[in-house]
Design a protein around this ligand. Structure first.
Ligand SMILES: [Zn+2]
Ligand SMILES: [Zn+2]
Length: 453
């Protein structure tokens, strides 16, 4: 079996892995890099041109895994596209949003190749989707042979799966983005379900950060609730930058619960955009007896309002209020970027980060800043002195590094391939896996290099 990492930039970037197993050529994910622009944001798709692809598998609908799918599909009309039922519902919505963002970037930043695909292509793509149930192996036939594919619930966001592929006595497990702890809206992945695999392709997102002793998800939820409550009671406003898919609905559910229990006073709550639309999809999926538990009703309970459109830097909208806004990494030209610029100058306000932040993203600079420091909001041509409190709460959608280590030991592969992590994160896993009881080779694949497994 051979594996090629098509993510050109390394790190988390545009996820895409080509697996050659027996006669089968399988592509796992086709993402868009969240910070690169134009064709640079794509995985190295030219590498796929030489041969036909049999199968494209999608682990989940975050754009760093899904955003490049229409381009791969266009080049490979012969390939079947397999994804979970939830992902088959959510993917078109995510890709349509991506088209909208790209069209805006074309206008604002003059990216002439944008959008990279059209609404029509997304519609046609839907006809090629095959929704695979989780926890039940499914056979894929081609070349007169059989490849067994099993989707396992991954707990990261609704529809997220790990993938187990078996052919000719060889097995490979792709963890995908994975979370073992239960969230309010979604149960965690069960590491026991993974079973044994010869090769494990492991996400390493949190490799560079240790969890504080005595701290767990529930204690972090309570700490968040107390911080939000204290801020709004004193008349300040709170900004929670979140990813639209999964994290926004989780945070809104936590807030609704806290308001119901009178832990947080009733103040205006604002959210808008893609995350609100996805909330409707989540509600429908929840009714279909999926593991997902989300009810649209909580939006009414929170008396949720649309985020005001005209937010000016340095002129914070009247508080107290709670803003739940994407992007989670406070990327330029997003509601959370505008709101951060508006709220950071006031010592009464709070910016509460609840998920992963890329070291290059504006959110990371905010997280690292000290009170009194000057922060530049380049895209708004605005600088502000940071006076607001900035806190981080560990409510990530990714498993702890220690949990992933245990998971790898349980899977007991002869080879672990590291993926989806910054260099320091991968380095931690490489060292710890070698130091562990696991007798496995650890590979940190170089982008574009075909490795034998
Ligand atoms: Zn993800
Ligand atoms: Zn990811």
């Amino acid at each position: 079996m051979h594996l090629t990492d098509l993510n050109r930039q390394g790190g988390i970037g545009a996820n895409s892995l080509l697996l050659e197993i027996g006669p089968f050529r399988v592509l796992v994910d086709a993402g868009l890099h969240p910070k690169e622009v134009g064709t640079e944001a794509l995985p190295d798709l030219a590498r796929l041109d030489e041969y036909a692809l049999d199968l494209i598998l999608v682990t989940h609908c975050h754009l760093d895994h899904l955003g490049g799918l229409p381009l791969v599909a266009r080049r490979h009309p012969e390939a079947e596209i397999w994804l979970s039922y939830e992902s088959s519902v959510l993917a078109p919505r995510m890709m349509r949003n991506s088209i909208r963002v790209m069209s805006r970037q074309r206008e604002e930043q003059g990216v002439s190749e944008y959008p990279l695909y059209t609404e029509r292509e997304v519609r046609q793509l839907e006809d090629r989707f095959h929704a695979v149930p989780t926890g039940r192996p499914e056979a894929f036939h081609q070349h007169g042979e059989e490849l067994t594919v099993e989707f396992l619930h991954a707990g990261h966001v609704p529809g997220a799966v790990s993938l187990r592929l078996t052919h000719g006595g060889q097995s490979v497990l792709f963890s995908g983005d994975i979370l073992f702890t239960d969230q309010r809206i979604l149960p965690g992945a069960d590491p026991k379900e993974a079973g044994h695999a010869d090769v494990l392709v492991l996400e390493t997102t949190r490799g560079a950060s240790a969890r504080e002793p005595g701290q767990d998800r529930e204690s972090e939820v309570q700490r968040l609730i107390e911080s939000v409550a204290a801020t709004v009671r004193a008349g300040g406003s709170v900004l929670l930058p979140v990813f639209a898919l999964g994290r926004m609905q989780e945070i809104l559910t936590i807030l609704a619960e806290a308001v119901r229990r009178r832990q947080i006073p009733e103040v205006p709550v604002y959210a808008s955009g893609l995350g609100m639309d996805l909330a409707n999809y989540f509600d429908e999926l929840s009714r279909k007896n999926r593991p997902l538990r989300f009810r649209r009703q909580i939006l009414r309970e929170l008396k949720l309002q649309k985020t005001p459109r005209a937010i000016e830097p340095g002129r914070p909208p009247p508080g107290p209020a709670i803003y739940v806004a994407s992007s989670g990494m406070v990327v330029e030209n997003t509601p959370s970027y505008q709101l951060a610029a508006a709220l950071l100058g006031d010592p009464g306000n709070l910016l509460a980060f609840v998920g992963y932040c890329d070291p290059e993203a504006p959110g990371y600079a905010i997280l690292q800043s000290r009170p009194g420091e000057t922060l530049l909001f380049d895209a708004l041509d605005y600088t502000t002195v940071r006076r607001a409190r900035v806190e981080r709460f560990d409510l990530s959608g990714h498993a702890d590094r220690e949990e992933l280590l245990d998971y790898a030991i349980r899977v007991n592969p002869h080879t672990v391939v590291l993926s989806h992590g910054d260099p320091e994160a991968r380095a931690w896993f490489e060292e710890e896996l070698y130091a562990s009881v696991l007798d496995a080779q650890v590979i940190d694949p170089e982008p574009g290099v075909r490795i034998s497994l």
